[in-house]
Design a protein around this ligand. Sequence first.
Ligand SMILES: Cc1cc2nc3c(=O)[nH]c(=O)nc-3n(C[C@H](O)[C@H](O)[C@H](O)COP(=O)(O)OP(=O)(O)OC[C@H]3O[C@@H](n4cnc5c(N)ncnc54)[C@H](O)[C@@H]3O)c2cc1C
Length: 302
Amino acid sequence: MAGLACARHLADAGWSPVVFDKGRGVGGRTATRRHGGDLQFDHGAQYVTARDQGFRSVIAAMSKSGAAVRWQDASGEPRFVGAPGMASLAKYLAKGLDIRQGMKVTSVHRSNGRPTIVMEGETAHQFDRVVVTAPAPQTVAMLNAQTAFLSDIATVGYDPCLTLMANLKMEAPEAFHSRSDPDAELAWIALDSSKPGRSGKPCWVAQANSGWSNAHLELDLDTIKSKMLPLLCKELGVAADAVMHAAAHRWRFAKVVQPLGRHFVRNEDATIYAGGDWCLGARVEAAWMSGDAIARDILGAE
Ligand SMILES: Cc1cc2nc3c(=O)[nH]c(=O)nc-3n(C[C@H](O)[C@H](O)[C@H](O)COP(=O)(O)OP(=O)(O)OC[C@H]3O[C@@H](n4cnc5c(N)ncnc54)[C@H](O)[C@@H]3O)c2cc1C
């Protein structure tokens, strides 16, 4: 979201940004996983808030196009989801951008005075500016030669989140959308398919709390699935044979614990920037604000 926000703003101002992403789809943790044609799960971010004026206007434009829909749940604060999935928010921002997927950046440094990125496989590309928006620990690894601003980033910490996606053969409980309880092993349970703009079979998403996720982080995904499924079945009061499909996902850098408190960092001559949710907080909105602020800084320096 941070990278797309930055690229979108620059492209709208007439620049030609290139986005490299090691992932297969756009959006990073604002993601939707599909299975077998009729199942889909928002296995990363569940919804977005829009407290910032700038992000509110982006959400308003997305809502107009149908890519975002208001999701009213018990919290009282307006929440929005992508439609038909959370990834739709990212796809909206990505429209028309030059995005190169499956491209892993291994390092960012300066060569002959110009910012240079090196890809897995050793190809190097030079640009006028480079903006890194990976989670903080991955950003540190990429920028390891750029000591100037790394001391700031090194203090940022993340909690992991182990996530279960399940399709269960059961009557969906009436009026159930989600429940949140940080002290429960499954801190979040959502009937994903009940979000607006979805249709089809009951798809559940459950997130383990940070303690459980940390304790089970290195297990293989099948084992994680087999440990999380009974917890979900118990909570929903269904037998194990109700499970039609299930999969687990490991988010190693899921939720920022201690953000930086600034919108971004950059090197002295403003040619290498770094940003993301780790700057302002564990929210999609915070990631967008960081990326957008980087674009504004770049444009302001022109
Ligand atoms: C399970 C879970 C639930 C969440 N729930 C919510 C929620 O309900 N509401 C909310 O607002 N927020 C939620 N969040 C947090 C939210 O998803 C993030 O804060 C936000 O999406 C972060 O955006 P970002 O752009 O900073 O980082 P990311 O989305 O992580 O994007 C980083 C991108 O960098 C790419 N990348 C990383 N390393 C490299 C490399 N070496 N080379 C190339 N590309 C690379 C990745 O592929 C990725 O696309 C949740 C997160 C998780 C994991």
